[in-house]
Design a protein around this ligand. Structure first.
Ligand SMILES: Cc1cc2nc3c(=O)[nH]c(=O)nc-3n(C[C@H](O)[C@H](O)[C@H](O)COP(=O)(O)OP(=O)(O)OC[C@H]3O[C@@H](n4cnc5c(N)ncnc54)[C@H](O)[C@@H]3O)c2cc1C
Length: 245
């Protein structure tokens, strides 16, 4: 069976992100030379200053720092949602260049994601889902063979692959876009797979830039839920989960 699990890593980030943001923002208000500013931005001072910037909504200063994540074990369905975020940069494993035939996959089928709702139905439902993936594998292999094999065949054989097919992504976002992404995708209204990804990305980002992301997350952390009738109604539980009292 080709079941894949979510794996997220923070591959790289701008070194000393909060120091850089503080320095860039100080430049706006100071007649000093850049070298002097860079030398004078002290650690203790930075954090209070970054917090003040965020409280003031001076968000352009946080665009100077970016974070690059490596993501595996997510579906093409997630990919379609993630790539709607236009202020991000993406590299995605290509179904044109990377074959998904049985020989390419040690476990017998292409890797795929099983929704938890189907897993919760029990082993029979999981087996049914796996059988459907195996059927798709057979169709895919058939088209690769009929189209002559190799890369030129993958390009059109992939049309039968499902949304469940696993993909791997490298994504880079600056801190402003990341905060916006967390606002939309950590919300319980977001679809479960992208929400799980966003939560893990937030956890990793907070480890290296705790002040920049201290208040990041769904909008109900900062105020009333903006979703109106579509609200999950779980505001207090969500706030507790994020440690907001
Ligand atoms: C719960 C939920 C349900 C959704 N349901 C659907 C759905 O049913 N159908 C659907 O198609 N999509 C849906 N989406 C996707 C949604 O419409 C957005 O495409 C996605 O969330 C990206 O948001 P964004 O455009 O704000 O972000 P980004 O593309 O990351 O942009 C960030 C911000 O930059 C600014 N910006 C970027 N590009 C422009 C531009 N061209 N012009 C002006 N300002 C710009 C905006 O202020 C924007 O908010 C859903 C999203 C969520 C979270």
């Amino acid at each position: 069976m080709g079941k894949a699990n979510l794996k997220v890593r923070l591959l790289e980030h701008t070194p000393n992100p909060e120091k850089l943001v503080a320095m860039a923002a100080r430049l706006c208000y100071s007649p000093a030379q850049i070298d002097d500013l860079a030398a004078n931005v002290a650690q203790s001072d930075q954090q209070a200053f970054v917090k003040k910037l965020l409280d003031m909504g001076h968000y352009s200063a946080i665009e100077h720092v970016s974070f690059t994540f490596g993501i595996e074990g997510v579906s093409r369905s997630l990919l379609a949602q993630l790539t709607r975020h236009r202020i991000a940069s993406f590299s995605v494993q290509s179904q044109r260049y990377v074959g998904e035939t049985r020989e390419h996959n040690a476990r017998g089928t292409f890797e795929y994601i099983i929704p938890e709702t189907i897993e919760k139905l029990g082993p029979q439902a999981v087996a049914e889902f796996a059988a459907q993936m195996a059927q798709i594998q057979t169709w895919y292999d058939g088209w690769v063979a009929k189209l002559g094999g190799g890369r030129s065949a993958y390009e059109d054989a992939r049309f039968v692959l499902p949304n469940a097919a696993e993909t791997k992504i490298v994504v880079t976002m600056n801190a402003r876009e990341l905060r916006h992404f967390f606002n939309l995708r950590c919300c319980r209204r977001a679809q479960w797979e992208i929400r799980r990804l966003a939560e893990q990305m937030l956890h990793l980002a907070k480890e290296v830039a705790p002040v920049l992301f201290a208040d990041a997350g769904p909008p109900c952390l900062a105020g009333p839920c903006p979703e109106g009738q579509l609200s999950c109604g779980q505001r207090e539980a969500v706030r507790r989960r994020y440690g907001v009292t």
